[in-house]
Write a protein that binds this ligand. Structure first.
Ligand SMILES: C[S@@+](CC[C@H](N)C(=O)[O-])C[C@H]1O[C@@H](n2cnc3c(N)ncnc32)[C@H](O)[C@@H]1O
Length: 248
């Protein structure tokens, strides 16, 4: 199978890589119906609380989230992915001029080119050094905030994880936060308590120390409103305790 065939099968073939696919294909990347509202809530909370007007979607796939950010949130969005097939679809979804084919470990943008950067479901496919380089690149090109979310460590031992041949890094949120702190020493980093994934938030002034707390509360409230939150995430109490220890 050549690279183009691999890419097309990765995105389009419901029989390919069972475990990586599933749910509806309508959104462009195997989103389970319950998953899109979760991410929608996170993205809208990030945009609102960071005051972002421009966004980099690193590893945008077929552009489902980039299209949502542009159409529903009114952001100027640049999508980046290394997949030619994904990008061709993304260009149709949110405008060809703003889609870039590149490796997210080597971001081809000027420093502080975007207000915020978003990277959902991508870095777990990279080797650790490349993931570190991607995190360093994301904070280099973002002015205020970076949200990164990945596969949670626990999923490695599920049927899903056993059948997933592509994931290289199964890290919990605290380990992702430690990796990000190494890669972005001048930024603040928080491990977030969302269920079923590892998510981290990086931010800097003018955003203040209360930013992750407000982000989590707003995102959970929106997930609840969209019917995507069935129970309180198990990590939430621990998150609140850590925030309280930090005096927030
Ligand atoms: C699970 S999909 C997530 C797509 C999108 N972020 C979303 O949430 O719908 C993973 C994407 O990461 C892209 N990807 C994987 N490694 C990459 C890299 N090193 N640089 C850029 N994109 C990469 C893949 O091509 C694919 O589009």
């Amino acid at each position: 199978m050549n690279a183009a065939e691999f890419e097309e099968r990765y995105f389009e073939d419901p029989g390919f890589a069972p475990g990586l696919k599933g749910g509806d294909e309508v959104r462009g990347y195997g989103y389970f119906p319950d998953y899109f509202p979760i991410v929608e809530a996170q993205l809208s909370a990030l945009a609102e609380l960071s005051g972002a007007e421009s966004l980099l979607d690193a590893g945008c796939g077929k552009g489902a989230l980039a299209a949502y950010a542009r159409q529903d949130l009114g952001l100027r969005v640049t999508g980046l992915d290394r997949s030619r097939h994904g990008l061709a679809s993304a260009a149709r979804a949110f405008g060809g001029a703003r889609s870039v084919r590149a490796d997210c470990a080597r971001l081809p943008f000027k420093a502080a080119a975007f207000d915020a950067a978003w990277c959902n479901g991508v870095l777990q496919y990279l080797a650790a050094d490349d993931a570190r380089a991607a995190l360093a690149g994301l904070v280099r090109v973002a002015r205020r905030a970076v949200f990164v979310s990945n596969i949670a460590a626990a999923q490695r031992h599920t049927e899903w994880g056993r059948r997933d041949p592509l994931t290289r890094l199964y890290l919990g949120p605290r380990s992702w936060a430690a990796l990000a702190a190494e890669a972005a020493p001048s930024w603040r980093v928080a491990a977030l308590p969302f269920e079923g994934e590892s998510a981290i938030l990086l931010w800097r002034a003018p955003l203040t120390a209360v930013f992750p707390l407000r982000f989590v509360e707003l995102a959970l409230e929106r997930q609840r409103r969209l019917g995507a939150l069935r129970r309180s995430p198990p990590g939430l109490d621990d998150f609140y305790r850590r925030q309280a220890r930090a005096g927030l």
